[in-house]
Design a protein around this ligand. Structure first.
Ligand code: ATP
Ligand code: MG
Length: 168
């Protein structure tokens, strides 16, 4: 595949399995011989922690730093922020700094296209780029949706149905 397919894994609702789907789909695709980049687009950094980074907050190179580089029109060819995991997936990690990035985008021109612009520079290196979104429809998630070729919306499980039947 010349251009990696970009898939945003999303839902405004929290705790429905977005991160779990991203990591398992990603590693599954690697086992099928595909080159996969996972992008943690959640300042909670749970995907980053799940892939073994115990303290994401000490990382200098994250999604926040590459987004800043795009906004400041800096060189994007440095791949040092991408972590190569033993399972074969690559990870662009995140930490709490991403919350500030989202707020800072408010005054940026074409602010919906910042992540898309970064992905344009790396998508030839991958077959699939999976974006684990945060549970809200803020500017970061809008960036992920703008960059995506496809979207997977993870919905709640059986517990939700049981809850609904209690309410009505
Ligand atoms: N298919 C599943 N069956 C049972 N439990 C699951 C399943 N998928 C995820 N979980 C559990 O649900 C919890 C939330 O999962 P996860 O972190 O993937 O959700 P999330 O949608 O990314 O959450 P958040 O909205 O906070 O980012 C975790 O404890 C996870 O182990
Ligand atoms: Mg999550």
């Amino acid at each position: 595949m010349a251009n990696g397919k970009v898939i945003a894994i999303t839902n405004q609702k929290g705790g429905v399995g977005k991160m779990t789907t991203a990591v398992n789909l990603g590693i599954g695709l690697v086992r099928m011989g595909k080159r996969v980049l996972l992008i943690d687009a959640d300042p909670q950094g749970s995907l980053t922690v799940c892939l073994g980074i115990r303290n994401p907050d000490v990382l200098d190179h994250t999604l926040a730093s590459v987004m800043r580089a795009v906004v400041e029109d800096k060189d994007l060819t440095d791949r040092s922020g991408i972590i190569h995991h033993a399972e074969g997936v690559d990870l662009l990690p995140s930490n709490i700094e991403l919350s500030g990035t989202e707020t800072g985008l408010v005054n940026v021109m074409s602010r919906e296209f910042v992540l898309k612009e970064y992905i344009r520079t790396i998508r030839n290196d991958y077959d699939y780029i999976l974006i684990d979104c945060m549970p809200s429809l803020g500017m970061m998630t809008i960036n992920a949706l703008t960059a995506a070729d496809s979207i997977i919306i993870i919905t709640g499980g059986i517990e939700d149905e049981l809850q609904k039947s209690c309410w009505f």
